[in-house]
Design a protein around this ligand. Structure first.
Ligand SMILES: Cc1ncc(COP(=O)(O)O)c(C=O)c1O
Length: 391
């Protein structure tokens, strides 16, 4: 495979009757550019591995074999320079169940969970799922960490005398802003958590989708004392577009924390989809050339989108995403300001994610998924341009 083979990603794929959520939610004339999966075919080696597994006729409960854990450990070491033993890895049916169950493991009744708004909606909902308090620490207007707001929120997380009552739920790379936090920001956040005795649940699901040569930094890899207090969640689901296979992994280097987490998983998330395990292993073992090509394609889509927004969508602003395939469009200065989701759905027939679903700072924003063939992205922007021009 060439370093960059656009033909892998240019081909339109009809998904409407494939039983996927993305192409089902809206009417047939709406172009769906919302939920975070991509309109790209899964990499050949992954499909081949699944086909091989299906040659075996039994599909009973899955278990993570040692070699899957070893593959993950090798990936963490090679890609991020993060050395952890295989026993630190737990396989789970998804990152969303993973962070929900982490809160169950970590938080006492009435404790607070700190989230950095605007943020992925299931993170906003997770504290409420367990009767916990959500404590918002909004990012700055420039999508940077507001350390004062974070410290105040952590103090309010109510960890109390029983250590580890509250939690900090981090999203890095950050959905929806596309921010990739750097060493200094990550270390400052982790230090603040340590100072308040608040453990960290770090959702790093977008970690292998970074642009401009960036390298992902797992927060827990920065210092042993951070690792001891952190549950890190990662997955092949976003990067290799296999989210429907429901498999992910947690990295929990501290044995005590791991036991506590395992106890919270028991009876709720005991098994992982057997094809998800196969696909995860194949992605990490053989999926790197495809991933490299994907990054090149997504980065070109991002750059095209940045120009198109600036030149063709009057009053809409976009700060360049540093990772992910998500664009957080600030429509507050545009004709769509009052309710951009509704505006673009009704007038452009483009289905986006509504900003307010990501928390209060999302008012006047929409999230657009650019993980799609360029032609589809151009179609979407063309529709949005015409809608704004006609407003
Ligand atoms: C930040 C983040 N976490 C988790 C998920 C979903 O993870 P999973 O499908 O493994 O539950 C997404 C999907 O968009 C996401 O953006």
């Amino acid at each position: 495979m060439n370093a960059f083979d656009p033909t892998l990603f240019d081909a339109p794929i009809a998904r409407r009757d494939s039983g996927c959520v993305k192409w089902t939610r809206f009417d047939e004339d709406v172009l769906p550019m919302w939920v975070a999966d991509m309109d790209f075919a899964v990499a050949e080696p992954i499909r081949a591995a699944i086909a091989d597994r299906l040659a075996h006729p039994v599909l009973g409960y899955g278990v993570a074999q040692q070699r899957v854990k070893e593959r993950i450990v090798a990936w963490l070491a090679a890609r991020y320079g993060w050395e952890v033993p295989p026993e630190a890895i737990l396989l789970l049916p998804g990152v969303v169940p993973g962070f929900n169950l982490a809160l169950r493991a970590l938080c006492g009744p009435g404790a607070g969970v700190v989230v950095q708004t605007p943020v992925y909606p299931p993170m906003l909902k997770a504290p409420g799922n367990w009767g916990l308090r959500r404590v918002d620490a909004p990012l700055t207007d420039d999508d940077e960490v507001d350390m004062d707001a974070l410290r105040t929120a952590l103090r309010g997380a109510g960890h109390g005398p029983a250590a580890q009552d509250g939690a900090f739920l981090l999203c890095n790379p950050h959905n929806p802003t596309g921010r990739v936090f750097g060493v200094a920001e990550l270390a400052a956040m982790a230090e603040a958590c340590l100072a308040e005795n608040v453990p960290i649940v770090s959702d790093e699901i977008h970690c292998d989708l970074l642009f401009d040569g960036r390298r992902h930094i797992p927060l827990a890899s920065l210092a042993p004392e951070f690792a001891a207090r952190t549950i890190t969640l990662m997955s092949a689901g976003k990067t290799w577009n296999i989210a429907g296979l429901n498999a992910c992994w947690a990295v929990v280097p501290d044995a005590g924390l791991r036991a506590r987490y395992a106890a919270a998983l028991a009876g709720v998330a005991d098994h992982v989809n057997i094809l998800g395990l196969v696909a995860t292993e194949a992605a990490l073992a053989e999926g790197e050339p495809w991933r490299q090509a994907l990054i090149a394609y997504l980065q070109a889509n991002r750059d095209w989108l940045l120009r198109a927004v600036a030149e063709r969508l009057p009053g809409v602003r976009l700060r360049a995403p540093e990772g992910t395939f998500l664009a957080w469009l600030d429509c507050r200065g545009s004709a769509a300001a009052a309710d951009p989701h509704r505006f673009f759905l009704d007038r452009a027939r483009v289905g986006l994610n509504a900003g307010p679903d990501f928390g209060p700072p999302g008012q006047g924003f929409v999230r657009l998924n650019f993980g799609c063939p360029r032609a589809l992205l151009e179609e979407g922007i063309g529709r949005m341009q015409r809608a704004l021009a006609g407003a």
